[in-house]
Design a protein around this ligand. Structure first.
Ligand code: AMP
Ligand code: MG
Length: 327
């Protein structure tokens, strides 16, 4: 797999400070950002519930978590494993395995607000776009296609902006972003990664985000075993949503569910099968059902809405790669 260039834009990014080092205007700004965060979460969770999703609480430790490999965008400095009751468990890198199992066995439509711990390489503090602890609004729909997910996300992005312009007018005006935040026209545009590679070369991702003025989709990206891959065409049935100027805010896919393919891909990619024993067992028994879903980075979404220079600014307790504050 081609290694995608990491999106390092080292430069003038002011790193967010811890609460005890900020005062006056900065505290006030934090408060207004917190209000936008509250209204964003309120709109999104309510919309998922109204659309028939069950709200699953997150897990922190388990034997199976996202391998985050191979993913050309991933850069993990350290994977956190610890021992609980004599068993090795890992902190959640994403709830992908839990989502696939939950949507197959119990809840046809589910979402969760899941803390993800990813110890990103410390140079990533300067991208303004990476945290070592963040929250995913992660969802999964049994039997859905990619286009079902894409149009659902289209509608929630449009709905959210519309909602905030109406219900967070004062906050957005204070933050000086009200006029530039436009309710997008649907459908959002979709671009194939192969086309982007031809047009912009291997560094398409860092160029593409500056070429768009509305959130836009990229499809067909080679990555982890759970994204659906058509072995006969080499096409991947997956998608990322890119925010103008900022970058990726969502990744998702239709999922693999067949035992033979899951096993073959884990072996091919050097993913440790022993970390996915239950998933493989359920798949072998035919209990894993086709599904599709996605995960939205909550802090990144709000960072884009409020126009922050660093995604850590939208966290009250910033988790910036390479910097560990007291809280
Ligand atoms: P992934 O499945 O790895 O693409 O992660 C899903 C989403 O989580 C991404 O599209 C981002 O919005 C968000 N995300 C991933 N890594 C980070 C990070 N280090 N800091 C902040 N948000 C992240
Ligand atoms: Mg991604």
């Amino acid at each position: 797999m081609q290694k995608r260039e990491i999106d390092l834009e080292i430069g003038e990014v002011d790193l967010p400070k811890p609460l005890e080092q900020i005062s006056g205007n900065e505290i006030e700004r934090k408060m207004y950002i917190a209000k936008v965060m509250t209204k964003t979460l309120s709109y999104l969770t309510q919309t998922f519930v109204e659309n028939g999703f069950e709200w699953l609480l997150p897990v922190v430790f388990s034997k199976s978590t996202d391998p985050l490999w191979p993913d050309p965008g991933a850069s993990i400095e350290k994977r956190i494993e610890t021992e609980v009751y004599g068993e090795t468990v890992r902190t959640t890198l994403s709830m992908i395995v839990h989502k696939i199992v939950a949507s197959s066995l119990v809840m046809p439509k589910l979402f969760t607000l899941s803390p993800n711990v990813r110890v990103e390489r410390r140079e990533r503090r300067f991208t303004g776009w990476h945290l070592y602890e963040f929250t995913q609004l992660d969802f999964e729909i049994r039997g859905a296609s990619s286009s079902d997910v894409i149009s659902f996300v289209d509608s929630i992005i449009k709905g959210l902006i519309f909602y905030l312009k109406k219900n967070a007018r004062e906050e957005l005006k204070y933050l000086n972003v009200y006029d530039n935040l436009r309710v997008p026209e649907l459908p959002l545009k979709v671009y194939d990664r192969i086309w982007l590679e031809k047009k912009y070369g291997q560094e398409w991702e860092s160029i593409f985000k500056h070429e768009i003025s509305e959130p836009s989709w990229i499809i067909n990206i080679p990555r982890e075993f759970y994204d659906y891959e058509d072995f006969s065409t080499g096409q991947w049935d997956n998608y990322d949503l890119i925010l103008p100027k900022y970058g990726e805010v969502l990744s998702g896919s239709r999922r693999e569910w067949e035992y033979d393919k899951l096993l073959k891909k884990m072996e091919r990619d050097g993913v440790r099968k022993e970390n996915y024993l239950l998933l493989l067992k359920l798949a072998r028994e035919g209990k894993i059902k086709p599904s599709a879903g996605a995960g939205i980075g909550v802090e990144r979404l709000v960072c884009w809405i409020v126009g922050s220079k660093h995604v850590g600014e939208v966290q009250l307790f910033p988790k910036i790669p390479g910097i560990v504050y007291d809280l």
